[in-house]
Design a protein around this ligand. Structure first.
Ligand SMILES: C[S@@+](CC[C@H](N)C(=O)[O-])C[C@H]1O[C@@H](n2cnc3c(N)ncnc32)[C@H](O)[C@@H]1O
Length: 463
């Protein structure tokens, strides 16, 4: 199959004009075009997918679609990103020579179609025909429409034979990320983490009470950490039983652990810094603390307020930058769930490794160090401070804490002991810190296994 030669290859700067005669009204074509456009934004411009597919402020092309097509676009993109290298290798194997490096528009059309053919429940013929129409309608790809047709038909014809070998031969992550996981966790754990990144995460719920009852009503299981896990949801979260009455909130099992590391907070004054959208605020308020929830983002605080209203939890909400916030008195306990690279959430956000870089991790580690030094000033003598985030990288976790302790004589470790947070015993490291990865909670069925990657350390301000 010919990919065309370098001289004739398309340039990324060509316009997105639609060629005359292309069938723009074909059912399903706008969804495929949108998927390719958003894939380009993620891969070429490093734009996070969450923003592009936000139902209020998302990409205009996405917002123009009906709800069903939006869901299709999200499914195509999640699949195309989760299996990006496997898909790329299979496309490559059907080409005589690699695609020219600047033929990115063509690559995105092929990846969007291949994701459907290889992994989604969509007829191969529909995926191929729409990709060909798509290619014909865009001046950047029109001359490659024959290549698109040939490559995708071959891919569909041989998928039974080639897919499992390709899955075994490829790591579905950018090289920097796979390499870093291996360096930090060793080859075996890195492989297990990357395998979990291919699987859609289950839905986890933190319940106000009666986990067994809610597991039955939601069709799930009770996790060792006390939350409820459902393999996949039937419909939208607000339509589930218990939503309106505030009986639970959606929160990954790992994300539920840092707030519990503060211990018994009943009646204590607790500051949840970097609080929005409020999963940990809800845990602390539900446990009986007087919570001050602070965040710098007004829009994220709006979501926090709505969540607290639904859960009927009373918390003080402060919109401020932690770096210059001056509360009137110190707190009994402080939780700092700092902004991070989010590399622990790849199962839910498969764009993360493709949009983040080692430089982002380095920059975020600096932000975390500054926020931690600031948060440390807000704890009363003898009080506890928990620092957490959802990065898999020790530069944003273990190293931040080690550096903080090295220069903060007024603080000491308050190591986590087995039993402090029931169900988290397997995740306590030798320094008494919490470290989870998606390879944890490994059950027989991968669809109900795993948890987000999280780090949390507990410190005490010396009296
Ligand atoms: C990881 S999220 C917090 C998630 C939240 N703790 C939860 O469990 O739902 C990090 C938050 O930090 C906030 N943030 C970032 N920089 C901040 C700053 N300088 N001051 C206050 N909040 C900040 C962001 O707006 C974001 O909401």
């Amino acid at each position: 199959m010919r990919a065309g030669n370098g001289r004739k290859s398309a340039t990324p700067n060509e316009s997105h004009r639609v060629l005359p005669g292309s069938d723009n009204a074909a059912p399903g074509l706008p969804a495929r075009k949108t998927a390719a456009r958003l894939l380009a934004a993620v891969i070429d411009k490093k734009t996070p997918l969450d923003g592009l597919t936000d139902n209020e402020h998302g990409h205009p092309q996405y917002l123009a679609l009906e709800a069903r097509d939006r869901a299709l676009v999200r499914a195509i993109l999640a699949t195309a990103l989760r299996y990006r290298n496997t898909i790329g290798a299979l496309i490559g194997s059907r080409l005589d020579r690699p695609l020219p490096v600047n033929a990115t528009a063509l690559a995105h059309v092929l990846h969007v179609a291949a994701a459907q053919i290889l992994f989604l429940d969509i007829p191969d013929s529909a995926a191929v025909n729409l990709a060909v129409l798509h290619a014909k309608g865009d001046p950047r790809t029109a001359r490659f429409s024959g290549v698109v047709n040939g490559v995708l038909r071959e891919l569909a014809r041989r998928k039974e034979r080639s897919l499992s070998a390709a899955l075994a031969a490829n790591r579905d992550a950018p090289e920097w990320f796979a390499h870093r996981l291996e360096e930090v966790y060793g080859a075996e754990t890195a492989t297990a983490i990357l395998a979990m990144h291919r699987v859609e995460a289950p839905a986890d719920f933190t319940v106000v009470s009666d986990p067994e009852g809610w597991a039955r009503k939601l069709g799930g299981i009770v996790l060792p950490t006390g939350g409820v896990r459902v393999a996949s949801l039937d419909g939208a979260v607000p339509d589930l039983p218990g939503y309106a009455e505030g009986a639970w909130w959606v929160q990954d099992a790992a994300a539920s652990l840092p707030a519990r590391m503060l211990g018994d907070v009943r009646g204590s004054r607790v500051a949840d810094l970097c609080a929005a959208p409020g999963g940990k605020t809800a845990q602390l308020a539900n446990a009986g603390a007087h919570v001050t929830a602070l965040d710098v983002s007004a829009s994220r605080l709006r979501r926090l307020r709505q969540n607290m209203e639904r859960l009927r939890l009373d918390v003080e909400i402060v919109e401020a930058d932690l770096m210059n916030w001056e509360p009137s008195a110190a707190f009994d306990a402080v939780l700092l769930d700092a902004p991070c690279s989010s590399t622990g959430t790849v199962r839910r956000h498969p764009d993360v490794p493709w949009t983040k870089s080692p430089q982002d991790i380095e920059k975020l580690a600096g932000v975390q160090a500054r926020l931690l030094s600031r948060a440390a000033l807000l704890v009363r003598p003898g009080g506890r401070l928990v620092f957490s985030n959802c990065s898999l990288d020790p530069a944003e976790g273990e190293a931040v804490i080690a550096a903080f302790l090295a220069e903060s004589a007024g603080y000491e470790r308050d190591p986590l002991k087995p039993g402090d947070v029931p169900g988290a015993e397997d995740f306590i490291n030798e320094r008494g810190e919490l470290r989870t990865t998606p390879a944890g909670f490994s059950l027989d069925d991968p669809r109900i296994s795993g948890l987000d990657g999280f780090f949390a350390a507990r410190l005490r301000r010396k009296s």
